[in-house]
Design a protein around this ligand. Sequence first.
Ligand code: SIN
Length: 509
Amino acid sequence: MTSTALPTTDDLRARARAALGNIGVDVAEGGGFPARTPLTGEHLFGLTAATEADTEDAVAASCAAFVIWRTTPAPRRGELVRRLGELLREHKGDLADLVTIEAGKIRSEALGEIQEMIDICHFAVGLSRQLYGRTIASERPGHRLAETWHPLGVVAVISAFNFPAAVWSWNTAVALVCGDTVIWKPSELTPLISLACDHLLARAAEEVGAPRDVHRLLLGDRAVGERLVDDRRIALVSATGSTRMGREVGPRVAARFGRSLLELGGNNAAIVTPSADLDLAVQGIVFAAAGTAGQRCTTLRRLIVHRDIADTLIERLTAAYERLPIGNPFDDTTLVGPLISTTALDTMHGALARVRAQGGKILAGGNRRLAEAAPAAAYTEPVLVHVGEQTDVVREETFAPILYVLAYDTLDEAIALHNDVPQGLSSSIFTRDQREAEVFLSAAGSDCGIANVNIGTSGAEIGGAFGGEKDTGGGRESGSDAWKSYMRSATNTINYSTGLPLAQGVSFL
Ligand code: SIN
């Protein structure tokens, strides 16, 4: 199924300009840094990328702002984030337009992304009054032992195209209330939404009297990111992207004893057991595998289904895949928008060719769509592929809507297959058997940072910590106690006695 006709690039340019104008951003054109849209695959605006001098200026300004910000009381820092949340809510529609135009998300998911930003602002405002340390029982009389938390420094946020604004907000809202300042290097593919977010944060800062330089935006390519990664003045580099990118960022930041928070590739799986509610499983699987055109870090990429129900589930999934409306993401009936680029489509086709050569069988989907209407865009049917075993291509993350289906006989076998990939981001089990659910959630179950029951692998809420293990990088962002990554702790021993007893009974002098 294909949804309504695509907008023209001129329409999209006008819509982007209107959204930016409503937010207060005047697009300065004529630069050599392109803003494009995956809806037509064409060029929208020529922007200006940050130079080396701009990066130096941003880091110096951010360091200077940190000196003020770190001693601003945390609840007052929360005021900045509260105002940011209000402005995001006020401009939700315009911001969602920019997400659709630049990342290709369908309207409902683009609005969801902005809602997620508003939610993390609320969370961070609450957090600004809850940056708790602990009091620890001291072994010495008249002594108090305490743990206190302090701002860390300048945080560099390097974000990816697929959540072009929400991942920035997970990091920035939390880092700001923690007393850090932020430099943002967004994906090269999504500069417009970044300009909009930076502008709203600057406005919030002005309104509440916070230093403008608590946040700096640097548009640019890989070289900008590399400068931030190697700069000793940057205390934390929070990077979202591929495992290949993380393999470079992690060691480079570690070599200068900086901190990194890595959210890298996933190869997420769902296990479907014989007791599963199949109506619910089909809905959860299709959203997780085909939603966002398969371009979430948490996209469902492997389905591990019990052999007794495999035929029934495949039949139902095939029917659902055949009905998926693909096309214009601004059309309310569309469920699958474009891939980010034709390069992504080529990568998808390469993976499908390899998996077919390894014995995989396409069950549904996989055809390119709208190639005549938009030759530079990459619309595709999500694809369902039956594979007999977990070959090398199945064990890799292909950032496209490919769902590999594998059959299993015992739960132990399913969990072993589930964990037998290098990545460890998200996972789920569909079952009505409590024992199976608990085994999956136990230490002997899923080895991922996210493990769900009776929902798919994607669509996390901000209240939980987000991130994963193994090649996913180990970082945690967003909710729960992820804030601790953005602060440093100090252990304090306070002697309020008149003596000086030493720990462990040591005597000296
Ligand atoms: C992501 O994949 O990065 C976003 C989180 C989600 O889908 O829950």
